[in-house]
Write a protein that binds this ligand. Structure first.
Ligand code: AMP
Ligand code: MN
Ligand code: MN
Ligand code: MN
Length: 314
């Protein structure tokens, strides 16, 4: 399952090498982050520079439904001697729930994925109009223009832009309340009907020779059993990996999730889901992955060439 590993003694371990298994060690890698190409605050260049200053050696830029920041991030990575993997976090739906699937894309996009991303942009546009209509009913007039102002650029709008518009208009005290009352799961602004199915986005990623990863599986409010069903359906669709660690999470829960991954032979990814400085997260900040038999996603055959040397754990 692990594929061909480059066996290098630790004494001559190359810079930018990654371990072949999780052994409880801190890792200089973050495979889930956002830039101004979606709802992140930093430009791709500023994000990569921050990653370099924090000692990371490997990262993936995973903006929502977009690869628009990837070329700039890869170029910045070259300048900082950092491995930057193209990626995107795709919105989809499974059993009426809005699920996120990260595509790690060593070769970038093919025609089908490019077409898929164009459809995602259109879906985001139509969804924004519908969210605006609904927020107008609760007193946010000109909601679409307000969200556009909050975004501060012409990128596709997301729910955080509407949340910020609600705060600016004085209708809620802060972003968290905006999501709790109006935009979070089950609320008026949580509109999923525009997104394609889980199987569709997985097919786009696989078609582009990428690895499909279930993003933050603990953040959908699922029971363990239902999470298992999500993982089964994802695997049946061809999905290969799951984020075992996303930001900070309880160690017991992480070990339990590792068991769900091991039972199914998934590879494990990890990321901070960093969006902006000044919060509780920074690039690379996340709970350590515990010692586990689950294989790191960088040992997946499709990622090995792009992510560099893999070395045995000493
Ligand atoms: P969208 O991609 O438009 O569906 O918006 C989803 C994004 O909203 C997530 O990626 C987060 O960045 C943000 N988000 C989701 N829930 C919350 C929350 N409770 N508070 C703040 N931001 C949130
Ligand atoms: Mn986001
Ligand atoms: Mn997400
Ligand atoms: Mn994310």
């Amino acid at each position: 399952m692990v594929g061909i590993l480059t066996k290098t003694p630790a004494s001559v371990m190359p810079m930018n090498a990654l371990p072949e298994r999780f052994d409880g060690q801190a890792l200089p890698i973050d495979l889930h982050m956002h830039s101004t190409a979606s709802d992140g605050a930093l430009s791709p260049e500023a994000l990569v520079a921050l990653c370099a200053s924090r000692g990371l050696t490997h990262l993936a830029l995973t903006d929502h439904d977009s690869l628009a920041g990837v070329d700039r991030a890869v170029e910045a990575g070259r300048q900082h001697d950092l491995v930057v993997l193209p990626g995107s976090e795709l919105s989809c739906q499974w059993r009426g729930i809005n699920i996120h699937v990260v595509g790690l894309l060593p070769e970038g996009a093919d025609d089908e994925l490019t077409g898929g991303l164009m459809a995602q942009t259109e879906a985001r546009c139509r969804r924004a109009e519908q969210i605006a209509e609904r927020l107008q009913r609760i007193g946010l007039d000109n909601a679409l223009e307000r969200a556009r102002d909050a975004a501060g650029s012409d990128r596709p709008l997301g729910r955080p832009d509407f949340a910020r518009a609600l705060v600016t208009a004085g209708l809620v005290p802060d972003m968290a309340t905006a999501f709790q009352r109006h935009l979070g799961r089950g609320k008026a602004g949580d509109i999923k009907s525009h997104w394609p199915s889980l199987a569709t986005v997985v097919a786009w990623i696989l078609g582009a020779n990428g690895v499909a990863v279930v993003a933050h599986p603990l953040r959908y409010g699922l029971t363990r059993r239902k999470r298992g069903q999500l993982l089964d359906d994802f695997q049946a669709a061809g999905g290969q990996a799951v984020e075992l660690v996303s930001g900070f999470q309880n160690p017991d829960v992480t070990r339990d999730l590792a068991r769900q991954l091991a039972e199914r032979g998934f590879w494990a990814s990890l990321g901070s889901d960093f969006h902006f400085p000044g919060g509780h997260l920074a690039p690379g900040s996340m709970t350590r992955v515990p010692r586990t038999a689950v294989a790191p996603v960088w040992t997946h055959p499709r990622l090995q060439a792009a992510m560099g040397d893999v070395v045995p754990v000493a």
